[in-house]
Structure formats: structure tokens, C-alpha cells
Ligand binder design. Structure first.
Ligand SMILES: *Cc1c(COP(=O)(O)O)cnc(C)c1O
Length: 230
């Protein structure tokens, strides 16, 4: 699948329209291009068209792409499950980790973050619909994890990330996003300075933006369907 500039333009337009409908400025929502399983060349093309934040969920695959793209000003976000034996390389190679849901992982990432790089940006992943197969903490577990994050050197807590239950029902979709936003606002009310509410993907970015998303993570609608193998 080849990257098409028009696809990226379409996503930008959708974000702009959704922001307008929600009465929010369009710069309030960033686009994270999820390049997992897409080749480095597609990332390069997207970057040359003004996209500079990319998301990956497999360490090895991401490291290979980073090696091929180190001439570009890319900010890499890790959005996959973090295994504890991978934290060192993740802390060394990424600017962000959006999928943190354990204190132990937080602490390892903070300890292993090279100080010269500045703090690692972190989003806590929330399992907002309490789906057994999904990563993330339940909303009631957030205060403890957020406190731990704020006390860990080497990391900077930026906000929350969530992947709500897939639903064809717009009301249910909106309700999931609304509850993530409420959990985010609650943390802000507790004194945390956060700026990132990462929710919304190709199929539901409009619903997420309507509920206050500040970062949508878009794979399919930028790069096309993911190939099974690279
Ligand atoms: C793959 C992935 C996405 C992108 O999903 P699309 O439906 O292809 O836009 C977003 N977030 C996470 C965490 C992902 O793993």
C-alpha cells in the first residue's frame, strides 16, 4: 500500500470539520499517524507532507524504521503493550509512551530514560469499558497511577489514552469518550497539569473530538489497510 497525500489531507479536513462543529480551534487536536506494519517509505512520504508524529506498537519493527528515517524530525510514540524487558529500548528510542498501565513499567521507563533526552512523555491507558481482553487501568485506579507517575523522575505525565469498546451505536460511542474525558478532567481537577487526551481512531475520530480529544491516532485512513506482513 502506497502512501497517498490525499488520504492525509482528507484526515486533516475531517479533523478540522469536527473541531469546527465542536466549537474548538483546529490546532486543539493533533494527528498521530499510526504507521505500524507500514513501510518506512510511507512514513517518509507522510513526513515530507508535514506529518511529524508517528505511532508504532512493535519495538523491533519501530527500531528498524527509526534507523531508516533518522534524517527526519520525527517524534515517535509507542502505543503498544509494554513488556518489562523492552522498557530500556523504549525509553531510549521514543519521545512518548501512550500505553502505560502499571507502576512497575512507569518506574522502569523513568529510571532507564537517558537524562540527556529530557523526560519521557507518558499517557496512562484507560480501559474505559472494562473489557477483559484490553490493556489499561480502570478509571478508579487512575489516581494511584497518576500519583506514581508524577513522582517518577525521568517521565512527564501528559494525559490519558483510551480505546473504547467498538460500537456502531453513536450514543454508546459518545458515552465511552465522555467517560474518558471525565476521568481526564478529574485528574486535572486534582492538580495535575495535563494536555493530552488521546482518543479517536480512523472510524471514530469525529465522536472523540466532539468529546474533547486532543490527539487522534489514525492508521488506516492515512496509510490504507495494514498489510499482514511488511
Ligand atoms: C492501530 C492503532 C490505531 C489506529 O487504528 P486505525 O483504525 O487503523 O486508525 C490507533 N490506536 C492504537 C492504540 C492502535 O494500536
Amino acid at each position: 500500500m502506497k502512501f497517498k497525500m490525499q488520504s492525509l489531507e482528507n484526515v486533516r479536513m475531517r479533523v478540522e470539520i469536527a473541531c469546527e462543529k465542536a466549537g474548538r480551534p483546529s490546532h486543539a487536536v493533533k494527528i498521530l499517524a499510526v504507521s505500524k506494519r507500514h513501510p518506512a517509505n510511507s512514513v517518509r512520504e507522510a513526513c515530507l507532507n508535514g506529518q511529524n508524529q508517528f505511532g508504532e506498537n512493535q519495538l523491533q519493527e519501530a527500531l528498524e524504521k527509526m534507523g531508516q528515517l533518522d534524517d527526519l524530525p520525527i517524534e515517535w510514540h509507542y502505543i503498544g503493550t509494554v513488556q518489562s524487558n523492552k522498557t530500556r529500548e523504549i525509553a531510549q528510542s521514543f519521545s512518548w509512551v501512550q500505553s502505560v498501565d502499571r507502576v512497575k513499567i512507569l518506574q522502569r521507563l523513568g529510571r532507564q530514560r537517558p537524562r540527556a533526552l529530557g523526560p519521557l512523555n507518558i499517557c496512562l491507558q484507560v480501559n474505559i469499558d472494562a473489557e477483559p481482553q484490553k490493556s489499561g487501568v480502570l478509571p478508579q485506579e487512575l489516581p494511584e497511577l497518576a500519583l506514581s507517575a508524577s513522582q517518577t523522575e525521568g517521565i512527564r505525565l501528559r494525559g490519558l489514552m483510551a480505546i473504547p469498546q467498538a460500537s456502531a451505536d453513536p450514543a454508546q460511542q459518545a458515552d465511552s469518550f465522555r467517560r474518558v474525558a471525565a476521568a481526564y478532567q478529574e485528574l486535572c481537577g486534582q492538580g495535575y497539569t495535563l494536555d493530552t487526551l488521546s482518543m479517536g481512531m480512523s472510524a471514530d475520530l469525529e465522536a472523540a473530538i466532539a468529546q474533547g480529544s486532543t490527539m487522534v491516532r489514525i492508521g488506516t485512513d492515512i496509510f490504507g489497510p495494514r498489510p499482514v506482513l511488511l
